[in-house]
Design a protein around this ligand. Sequence first.
Ligand SMILES: [Zn+2]
Length: 443
Amino acid sequence: MLIRNATLADGRTRDVRVSGETIDAVAPELDATDADRVVDATGKRLLPGMIDAHVHFRQPGFNHKETWETGSRSAAAGGVTTVVDQPNTDPPTIDSATFRQKLEYAAQSIVDFGINGGVTADWRPDTLLEEPLFALGEVFLADSTGEMGIEERLFVDAIDGAAAHGVPVTVHAEDASLFNLSAKERDDSDAWSAYRAARAEVAAIERACAIAADRNVGIHIAHTSTPEGIDAAAEAGMTCEVTPHHVLLSRSDITELGTFGQMNPPLRREKRRQRVYERVVDGPVDMIATDHAPHTREEKDTDVWSAPSGVPGVETALPLLLAEARRGPLTFERIRDLTAANPAEIFGLPNRGTVAEGNHADLVLVDPGTTEPIRGSELHTKCDWTPFEGRPGVFPKLTMVRGEIIYERDADEPFADHRGENVREQSVKPAEQADDGTRNGNG
Ligand SMILES: [Zn+2]
């Protein structure tokens, strides 16, 4: 296949040839003679597929909310080519048996994937850490969906065990002892944000980073929602991710969203959101990850203290960021780094994250000139709602995983019958030498 005349994230126009699973050549002009298909990408951006380090595809245990089939289709339609599933399923992924069980469900995925292992009082590190895990995490320092909050002693065991096996650790950092109990007297939707106060996140991040630094181990902070938390992680030399909902939504939106804007950690005040946005545009935030956490409308449509926490996001993350690039300071290069290059580097995924010769042909083609309103009813996740209803998005025209087009927006059958692979079980190809000074490749 030849993708002709595409504009890469850094603005250069290039032809990109794909052969088999790999990007074979990136050059100003390439011969199309033996290409089985030529895609005219004039005026379009060709980006590396998004690596979403934080999704909840709900299987096993909660198939009514999402499945690997519907979740991975939603990912593909959103330009996401690799997803990482969290352990708070039923049963949770806490030993070899439950890991193997989840691997069977993940076989339904049309995008590549990673499976995280969880830590609870019942986890079996002796068997779990022998499995091809993506990472250990998210390790819950406070209860969230699935009540997997753990004691500090167990957290220390977890990072020691992970370090001994060379497995990354990701952390859901909230300190429940700092939750604002007086908020429980309220019944308005904003009470959730008042209850899970910002200081509970900041203190938990500082504590987790101190423990990790003390043991000379790096950790990754999941869904950081405060500028203070982002700065604390960066100052400690740790990495962090931010979700699209914490970049684009704040407590000012809760009046309209109600419990459909409820997640953990919760939305923050508008001022804090703006400072998070600044840190995403050109600050210490390492990556965007969605924390795609679907629940049905029926489950969400209840009072603030009964509603489950979590919002869908895997299909709308890249479209929202690309729409932001049209109107504001967010650049295509920064989007490439936040959604692909940095997750690949930080989580040790060779041959991914940039449009470079020798890399996996995980690619997404978008037309930055066209936006469409986001409609929950048109998304492919099982829960047909979104907290971004009506906002503009730049939706992918085409998504490719390891050289196969798995999604084509304007095709009669948009989805291909493709099978994703566990990225921790894929063979590693020799890295290509970069010719233009970017980390390990071109656009
Ligand atoms: Zn979490």
